[in-house]
Design a protein around this ligand. Structure first.
Ligand SMILES: NC(=O)c1ccc[n+]([C@@H]2O[C@H](COP(=O)([O-])OP(=O)(O)OC[C@H]3O[C@@H](n4cnc5c(N)ncnc54)[C@H](OP(=O)(O)O)[C@@H]3O)[C@@H](O)[C@H]2O)c1
Length: 320
C-alpha cells in the first residue's frame, strides 16, 4: 500500500510504498481508508512531540478517519496509540473503537470535524455537567476546535458565548455561529485584560485551547472582576497552542472559586470518549455543526505538511 511515513522526527512524512498492515488481535481488522484529518494532534504525533509519543520509527501518523470495512460498510474509527496510523491506503482498526456510518455519510466532513468537535463535545458533556443557560468563554475560538466549540455550546443551550482569539474580523464571523461577545487578543495587553473583565467575568465555564501567556493574562483579569467570587468557575484546559505551561499565582486559587480540569486522552476515559461519539456523528451528519474542510490527495502529503492553512479554522483532510 501507499502511506505517509515518518522516518525521522525533523522531516515531514513522505508518501511511500509500505507493507500492507495485517490484523493480529481478536478485535482487529483492516479497513480501506477513505479520509483522514490533518489535526494539530497528528502534526505533533509526526514530530514526536505529543504527550503520548514514543521514540519508535518508522511511523505512519494519523489518529482517526473514515474507512470502508471488508463488507462494504462505512465506519468512523479512532485508532489506539499505534505506529500504523490513518494516513495510509489501509489501516488496522479495533472493532470496539468504531462508529458505523450510514452509506450516505460524507467521509471528508466527518474526518475533518470529529476530532475538533469532540474536544468541546466531551468537555461539556462528560468532563462536567454543563447546564443549559450557563455561559461560556472560548479561548482560541478562531481555530477549528474553537469554531466547533461555539456551535457545540450553542447546541447544548449555552447562555452567553464569549469568544477570544486574534483578529477582530475573524471573531466577528463567529457571531453567525452563535458567539455573543468577542475579545480580540491581538490588542494591547491592558486593553485585552480590561475586555476580559468587562465581557467575560461572569462566565460559568472556560474552554481553553490556548494556555500559556493568554491564560496567564485572562485568569487574574477575569477572577478579580467577578461579582460573586464564590460562584463556581470551571476552567477546562483542552489545548495549548499558545504555550505548554502557565505560572499560576497561588492567590488565584484563594480569591475565587475556580476549578481547573482538563479534557483529553487520559483525563476522559477511552470508554467514555467512545460512548460519546455516535451522538456527535449523528449531529454532524444532520448538519448541526459546520467546518471548513479542504481535501488534498495523500500523495501530496509532504507538500501539504509545509503549508499554512489558507484561513483559520480550515481543516485539511487527506484522501488516499
Ligand atoms: N483535548 C482534546 O480533546 C482536543 C481535541 C482537539 C484539539 N485539541 C487541541 O486544541 C487546540 C486547537 O485545536 P484546533 O483544531 O482548533 O487547531 P487549529 O485549527 O490549528 O487552530 C488553532 C487556533 O489557535 C490560534 N492561535 C494560535 N496561537 C495563538 C495565540 N498565541 N493566541 C491566540 N490564538 C492563537 C490560531 O489562530 P492564529 O491564526 O491567530 O494563529 C488558530 O485559530 C490544539 O492544541 C489541539 O491539539 C484538543
Amino acid at each position: 500500500m501507499h502511506a505517509a511515513v515518518v522516518r525521522d522526527w525533523a522531516t515531514p512524512p513522505r508518501y511511500e510504498v509500505f507493507a500492507d498492515p495485517t490484523a493480529l488481535g481478536e478485535h482487529e481488522e483492516v479497513v480501506e481508508v477513505l479520509a483522514s484529518g490533518l489535526h494539530p494532534r497528528v502534526r505533533s504525533q509526526a514530530a514526536g512531540s505529543h504527550y503520548t509519543s514514543t521514540d519508535t520509527l518508522p511511523l505512519i501518523p494519523g489518529i482517526d478517519g473514515v474507512g470502508r470495512r471488508a463488507d462494504g460498510t462505512l465506519v468512523y474509527f479512532v485508532l489506539p496509540d499505534t505506529n500504523l496510523g490513518a494516513l495510509a491506503e489501509q489501516t488496522v482498526v479495533d472493532a470496539r473503537r468504531l462508529v458505523t456510518l450510514p452509506a450516505s455519510s460524507d467521509p471528508v466532513l466527518l474526518a475533518a470535524a470529529m476530532n475538533p468537535a469532540m474536544s468541546s463535545w466531551i468537555a461539556l458533556r462528560d468532563r462536567l455537567s454543563f447546564t443549559a443557560g450557563e455561559s461560556v468563554l472560548i479561548m482560541g475560538a478562531t481555530g477549528s476546535a474553537g469554531q466547533l466549540a461555539v456551535q457545540v455550546a450553542k447546541h447544548l443551550g449555552a447562555g452567553e458565548i464569549v469568544v477570544a482569539g486574534r483578529g477582530q474580523a475573524r471573531l466577528d464571523l463567529l457571531r453567525a455561529l452563535g458567539a455573543d461577545r468577542t475579545i480580540d487578543l491581538a490588542g494591547p495587553l491592558e486593553q485585552v485584560a480590561a475586555d476580559y473583565a468587562a465581557r467575560a467575568a461572569e462566565v460559568d465555564v472556560v474552554l481553553d485551547y490556548l494556555w500559556g501567556p493568554p491564560t496567564e493574562l485572562a485568569l487574574p483579569a477575569l477572577l478579580q472582576a467577578r461579582r460573586d467570587r464564590g460562584r463556581l468557575l470551571s476552567w477546562i484546559e483542552i489545548g495549548s497552542v499558545a504555550g505548554p505551561d502557565i505560572a499560576l499565582p497561588s492567590a488565584a486559587l484563594r480569591q475565587a472559586n475556580v476549578h481547573f480540569l482538563g479534557s483529553g486522552q487520559g483525563s476522559a476515559s477511552t470508554a467514555g470518549i467512545l460512548a460519546s461519539l455516535p451522538a456527535l456523528v449523528e449531529e454532524l451528519s444532520r448538519g448541526s455543526f459546520v467546518i471548513d474542510a479542504v481535501t488534498r490527495p495523500l500523495r501530496d502529503v509532504e507538500a501539504v505538511w509545509g503549508e499554512r492553512s489558507q484561513s483559520s479554522g480550515e481543516r485539511i483532510v487527506l484522501v488516499p
